[in-house]
Design a binder for this molecule. Sequence first.
Ligand code: IVH
Length: 665
Amino acid sequence: MTKSQIRSRIQILSAEIERHNRLYYAEASPEITDYEYDLLVQELQDLQAKHPLVQTPDVLDKVGDDLDKSAKNIPHKQRMASLANAYSIQEVIAWWDKISLELGGRPELCLEPKIDGFGINLFFSSGKFQYATTRGDGAVGEDVSENFLTLPQIPRTISFQNDIEIRGEIYFPIQDFLAMNEARRQNEEKPFANPRNAAAGSIKLKDIALVKDRPLRAFFYTTGYIAGTAPFGSQDELLRWLKDSGFPISDKHYVCVDEDSLIDFCTQMEALRNELDYDIDGVVVKVDNLALHNRLGSTSKSPKWAIAYKFKPDEKETLLKSVDFQVGRTGAITPVAILEPVYISGSTVSRSTLHNFDEIRRLDLHEGDTIRLIKSGEIIPKILAVNFDKRLAGAEPISLPDTCPVCHSPLSREEEAAIEYCSSADCPAQLARSIEHFASRDAMDITGLGTFIVSRFLKEGIIESVADLYGIDFAKVKELERIGEKSAQNLQEAIQKSKDKNFDRVLFALGIRHVGTVTARNLAVHFQTIEALEQATNQELSEVPEVGDIIAKSISDYFANPKNLRLVQELIGQGLKMSYESEQESELLAELSFLVTGSLKSISRKDMESLIISHGGKILSGVSKSLDYLIVGEKPGSKLTKAEKLGTVKIISEDELLTMLERDK
Ligand code: IVH
């Protein structure tokens, strides 16, 4: 790869990772499996390690948490740690050997199913329930007491009078989950990806009346902080104590003394996973005697007295019925496998993306093949391989189109990304997708303008292009069947309101290939106006952080197309913002460049960046010689190490920056 290809790849990966972080942590609605996410991260880390001089956005530093900054947050009295994972029983045995050596004897183990739900922490004081908090970032959780108390069978009082934190997992029973998703689909609401996300989404609902309709349940299995002496000496006793105090616990735990019963328990649990009404994704193996926990201690992330044996992803076989080729807004063609519906890890799967043509070749897919399907993070299905033993005699390979499946224009291939594109500028599928993109949340955020309405509007001739959105005849819309007056009214307001979006959002909304939200903002800040951007040479474009040859070419190609220029003109005519409004407060930070890493205490990262920009500073997305200041929050990642190594970057805290700005007021 050339340097600019590397830079482009890094940018594409970073934008993807950032999007998946948001989907996973903030929206509880992931689109890819944990495994696929790990692959993206791995690729980005490898590229960063091999090319330390290429500036990289710091998506890998972002610490995932479920905290909503607007909610009431309460610090945990003892950290909510996570567990080290083992992916084979051999690894668990190796861990057992290691701690046995350290303890000078083989400790008994308590084995429990690993509940795949949403972690919860309860605090009791003087025997009374005080509050329930989410895991949050491990140190601070979000207060969800009111919603939590809708769960049945939660004791409000316990006989233990000292302060105590009691911990467990909230889950959404699978049968109820399937029924709820079915109802959501019928109401054209987005279904939840899996029971875990449904539990997370439900416990955080703002409207308690809605929570009451969600049949949440919980299991408890451990404690956090305890004042004074604990009323139990082992994990087994702890579970009995929880049960006697009225907390629901999983009845599947087992104290084991030898390897054979360890293996038996893990195998039995793995076989049982499809029969329970809650998802389990492994077995938690804990040293039973609690006194030994203190002796073994913890690493910074997890205790040494426990390990999670993770099951292999559930795997099913099913029939490949056909392959659909879908056209995206940039013309990218994505093949999707249409499958004989099969139930796997919490939902019924009938489609699975194949990403690109190369994937079909790699799998060697033939018509009528039986394929092996997994859902590793219990999220998005993935075809693992073909079961060649079941291939039908004379089956033909899946044929790959050489024209667009919608408009039949020839396809062109972009080698770096291994993607085929429809080459037409007038493809109706591209038009529909680009209108959806224009209206999407990170773009113009026009609520109510989704796939269904867009295709309806195009079909009925209400709109023919993006620009038409601003001149819709709503009298006509109100006459359409199945579109209520109220939703037409809301849509009209949402469209009107979108005109207030700043230039960077408009730029992103245009849907220029490879221009994600970060690049759009960098371009807007750098060029300030659409005219300056339009006239920029490739050389000038490359001066913008993270814009390499591929992105530069994509931008100049976009503005070389008269149709796009016409669209921009029309949008200007409609009053959309085509110059960047920076709300300039001062020039205090002019000529200085900044990068924020880790999580900040008093302000979100985005707000910090806007603050810096409003004082004339520039934001870079990676550590390099041109970086002046690195602002370090909690849990900084590799950026800090890199900056320290370089030695030229000034490393400051969030408070120091705020004081810098304050002092000058
Ligand atoms: S004990 C120090 N027991 O798995 C953490 N955790 O990956 C002690 N989990 O954060 C946790 N079932 O949310 C424990 N039987 C079980 C569990 C369990 C599920 C969750 C829990 C924890 C995560 C670790």
